[in-house]
Design a protein around this ligand. Structure first.
Ligand code: ADP
Ligand code: MG
Length: 448
């Protein structure tokens, strides 16, 4: 349509006007409900067209188009920029009500290894601020600390809608604090609104604050403020407060003054129970025999997240190929992981699944969503990051990486890796996120 109109404009106006105003406008920017938006180079050109020529253009448009249309001219500077990774990342980390609603007391399977922690968590949730403050949960990675902590938050939300609950990973607290410092304008208010105007704070993985001295000072102030106002503080860590290194004593002594509970590795029966509960949430129709559950529970003994990951893989595999879950299928579906594990004992190598679980944990999405096919950026960004990190760490073929993500093809993985590589250059938040993920991967791998 524009091309047709252009021909008329060329005839109607003198050459200079035509060359200056119309001929540079080549393609349609957007067309929606009969409104056609065209982009011109600057405001000056835009204003001239909109003041002097828009009537004529719309008249011609009506003449040539079968459906009613109108033109609108905007300048280059008004074109909305593509959402950048920074914007998208913010929505991931600060999405509203940032609790994972599946992490409830109900879905938490209780056994000897977590019984005390569970009971005390229930009490804390029942009477926030009154039972144990701070409430400090520690244990190794993948044993349910985040789940239990968020269960407290979800319970309080359910029973008491007006309570304000903030879940924050210690790394995000650092990020918020750093961005507070780096912008000189008065962000203090925003920071205070986020952190002080709350009833319950859940701070996950406090050990990450090690060495971040200024952040610790700020957290210390916040801690005292909330504590003195009888707000509930819940903290998780990979070690007891007394063993935290590079965290200032005035903080650790305060942690110790509250109630500490630990979560241990669950025994075999407990692990099988966890798997049984998990099956229902993955695919209620999946039939997995007890002996297979025991096999998985034995193979993946030390980390519930990895154990769940194996179960998810197995069930997805059975669904994809429409097969019964037999021991043979277990070997086919989990072969790579089982082998990896054997090798990893000697080499500490090839821990693709660990990278996946660290990334899914970091972004608070399930492993299933990370390796699955959902296309929301909430999942695709973490997915691309996980692909990129596996490539970075192990430099295995793109095709092999694709197989670890629901059989995606070589080119998808390649594009993802290139994208992340490029975005890191442009986006310091992404760079920061990647750095902290890599740190976590390294510490996870060094433990195994
Ligand atoms: P951590 O924070 O200690 O690293 P998470 O809380 O993230 O561990 O737990 C890892 C995974 O294992 C989560 O998917 C969580 O739901 C699951 N999980 C851990 N403990 C239990 C449990 N007792 N019952 C059910 N699921 C559990
Ligand atoms: Mg955790």
């Amino acid at each position: 349509l524009w091309q047709t109109i252009l021909k008329d404009l060329e005839r109607l106006y003198n050459e200079e006007t035509y060359n200056e105003l119309f001929s540079p406008v080549t393609s349609t920017f957007k067309e929606q409900n009969g409104l056609i938006t065209m982009v011109v180079e600057n405001d000056f050109l835009k204003n001239r067209i909109n003041k002097l020529y828009i009537g004529k253009i719309n008249e011609l448009a009506t003449k040539y188009s079968k459906t009613p249309v109108r033109f609108k001219f905007i300048s280059q500077s008004e074109v909305e920029p593509e959402p950048t990774l920074t914007d998208r990342k913010l929505t991931i980390d600060y999405r509203q009500g940032n609790l994972n609603s599946t992490y409830t007391f109900d879905s938490f399977v209780v056994g000897k290894s977590n019984m005390f922690a569970f009971r005390m968590a229930m009490k804390v949730a029942d009477q926030p601020g009154a039972v144990a403050n701070p409430f400090y949960i520690f244990g190794d990675v993948g044993l349910g600390k985040t789940h239990l902590m968020q269960a407290i938050g979800n319970y309080i939300l359910d029973t008491n809608v007006e309570k304000r609950i903030l879940y924050v990973k210690a790394d995000n607290f650092i990020e918020d604090f750093v961005s507070l410092l780096s912008r000189n304008n008065n962000k203090t208010e925003e920071f205070n609104a986020k952190y002080k105007d709350i009833d319950v704070i859940l701070v996950d993985d406090i050990q990450i604050m090690a060495n971040a001295t200024k952040t610790q000072m700020e957290f210390f102030k916040l801690f005292d403020y909330l504590y003195l106002n009888s707000k509930q503080i819940v903290i998780t860590s990979d070690k007891p407060a007394s063993q935290l290194t590079n965290i200032m004593p005035r903080l650790t002594t305060r942690f110790e003054a509250g109630l500490s509970v630990d979560i241990q590795v669950p025994d075999l029966e407990h692990r099988v129970n966890i798997l049984k509960r998990k099956i229902a949430t993955i695919d209620a129709n999946a039939e997995v025999s007890d002996s297979i559950l025991e096999f998985i529970a034995t193979q993946f003994a030390a980390n519930i997240r990895e154990m769940e990951g194996a179960l998810i893989r197995l069930i997805s595999y059975a669904q994809t190929f429409n097969l019964d879950i037999t021991m043979e299928l277990v070997n086919d579906a989990l072969g790579a992981l089982l082998k990896t594990r054997k090798k990893s004992d000697a080499l500490s190598d090839n821990n693709y699944d660990k990278i996946q679980s660290v990334v899914s944990d970091y972004f608070q999405i399930s492993l299933q969503d990370l390796i699955g096919k959902k296309r929301h950026t909430k999942f695709t960004i973490p997915r691309h990051i996980a692909m990129y990190l596996i490539k970075l760490k192990y430099n295995i073929p793109y095709k092999t990486i694709g197989q670890l993500f629901s059989d995606r093809d070589h080119s998808t993985v390649l594009a993802a890796c290139e994208r992340i590589e490029k975005d890191i250059q442009l986006d310091s938040n992404l760079k920061f996120a990647l750095d902290s993920i890599i740190k976590k991967i390294d510490s996870t791998l060094s433990k195994s």
